[in-house]
Design a protein around this ligand. Structure first.
Ligand code: ATP
Length: 448
């Protein structure tokens, strides 16, 4: 191990042998493995990387790619089948979060217990108790038995204890995502401080923006192999490319449908939208005064899909019915990413279109064509109708019917070269001036 490296992983492999039966497993223990007793199941193979002191390295990969297995070998809870791992320093892993807790004891008592289990002197917990209590921020529950905690409170307590134990290497994993958004934000601030203190961090996550924000490098695992090691931005791009390819036939909602012809009679249009509707009514707000009776998502060719190549368009058709007089009706659509961040929202009003008043019983079809010039990934959509009349909020109005968390829509990218980096594409023009070749040429980059 070099003086600056704290973790060295070389030729690492883990094989979970698959036995035909429990009997075959026991027999092989007793008399040694014979050919045919088991099948090999290599969940990690040939993994090599080094982590330098003070570095923050992200470990990313889709479900089942081997992240937890790798971490368990680094913390010593699993043994490699082949290869080696060398770790220099005290490792604390969030994935062991709360494993030493006694649920009959209070949070406060568990702080002392955990400190003792990790070899700290009894005074250490006493000195740090106020800080830990403040960070956990679980109010009176700190002095109640842990068995009465919600999963969020459990994570708060465990993470607070881990923070104050000052390990040489801290392994942070998805357990963190159990806490609420505000606690997560506090944790990320704390992680940044830990990093600034010079602690080495392994950060295992599906949260690609967090990986990009806090990691110095990232390891991408795919099928048990480290397929990329390097800059977090690049690792994330490779991750998306590997994980957002479309299904071969398209994710058809209801089979390939005929295009909604522009000239189709309104009744037929409404029937088509109804027969292809993606509304599920699961998250719905409003009094339904201007009801969204159905909504359809399709390609320009009329295929009902919930996936689109990045920087290409999908059509969203809404069938509406008024149940009361709406003076200034408005209709809008919003797109949210997996962190529930509003990526884009637009309404007819934003687009400069004012609908005339609607009387009860009146029906209407509204069509939006949205270009998904966003990072590959999954997005949910919200659809809403509103009364703008007599409301202070020029943008939102008063919601009459709103469906949230529809989809998800998969935005994919299947080319080696990404079209852009970041959350969204900003239309870009560019010029290149070459003094040896006149005249200079200007070109525009457009999405489709
Ligand atoms: N004890 C075990 N016995 C057999 N197979 C196992 C065992 N533990 C894990 N595996 C298998 O190893 C593979 C990798 O699992 P692992 O939990 O390391 O993946 P992961 O990348 O952490 O996934 P996730 O993101 O879902 O947590 C999976 O196919 C899993 O089923």
């Amino acid at each position: 191990m070099t003086s600056s490296s704290v973790i060295e992983v070389a030729g690492l492999g883990k094989n979970f042998k698959l036995y035909n039966s429990a009997g075959a497993r026991i027999a092989s223990w007793l008399r040694g493995d014979r050919p045919g007793d088991h099948k090999d199941n290599w969940v990690l193979r040939g993994v090599d990387f080094t982590v330098q002191r003070g570095e923050c390295v992200g470990i990313i990969g889709r479900n089942g790619s081997g992240k937890s297995t790798l971490l368990k070998m680094i913390t010593g809870t699993l043994h490699p089948t082949e290869g080696s791992i060398r770790v220099d320093g005290r490792v604390l892993a969030l994935l062991e979060l709360g494993t030493g807790f006694n649920v009959e004891l209070t949070g406060r008592q568990n702080v002392s217990l955990s400190a003792e289990l990790h070899g700290f002197d009894p005074d250490y917990a006493t000195r740090r108790m106020d800080d830990i209590e403040r960070f956990a921020d679980i109010g009176p529950f700190f002095d109640r038995p842990v068995k009465t905690y919600s999963s969020g409170m459990f994570v708060r307590l465990a993470f607070s204890i881990f923070l104050f134990m000052e390990p040489d290497i801290l392994i942070v994993d998805e357990a963190l995502s159990v806490g609420d958004l505000f606690f997560q934000q506090k944790c990320f601030e704390a992680i940044q401080q830990i990093k600034d203190r010079g602690t080495t961090l392994l950060f295992v996550s599906h949260d690609m923006s967090a990986v990009r924000n806090i990691c110095d490098r990232a390891v991408l695992l795919d099928g048990g192999r480290a397929t990329f090691i390097g800059a977090p931005d690049e690792a994330v791009m490779h991750y998306y490319q590997a994980n957002t390819t479309p299904s071969p036939a398209g994710t058809a909602v209801a089979g390939a449908a005929a295009a909604v012809a522009e000239a189709a009679p309104a009744g037929e249009l409404i029937d088509t939208i109804h027969s292809r509707s993606i509304l599920d009514g699961k998250v719905r707000l409003g009094n339904g005064g201007l009801e969204i009776t159905a909504a359809r998502v399709c390609t320009d060719a009329g295929a009902d899909v919930l996936e689109v190549r990045s920087a290409h368009s999908l059509n969203i058709w809404l069938a509406l019915k008024a149940h009361e007089r709406i003076v200034e009706p408005n209709v809008g659509v919003e797109v949210y990413d997996r962190f529930n961040q509003l990526i884009y929202g637009v309404s007819l009003r934003n687009l400069g279109h004012v609908l005339e008043p609607m009387e009860p019983g009146r029906m209407l079809v509204v069509h939006f064509r949205l270009r998904f010039s966003v990072m590959p990934g999954e997005y949910s959509i919200s659809l809403a109708t509103a009364e703008q009349h007599g409301t202070d909020d020029q943008n939102a109005g008063r919601f009459l019917d709103r469906h949230d968390k529809l989809g998800p829509i998969l935005v994919f990218w299947d080319q080696p070269m990404m079209k852009f980096y970041g959350v969204a594409e900003l239309h870009t023009d560019f010029e290149v001036f070459d003094p040896s070749a006149a005249p200079a040429r200007a070109q525009a980059v457009d999405a489709e």
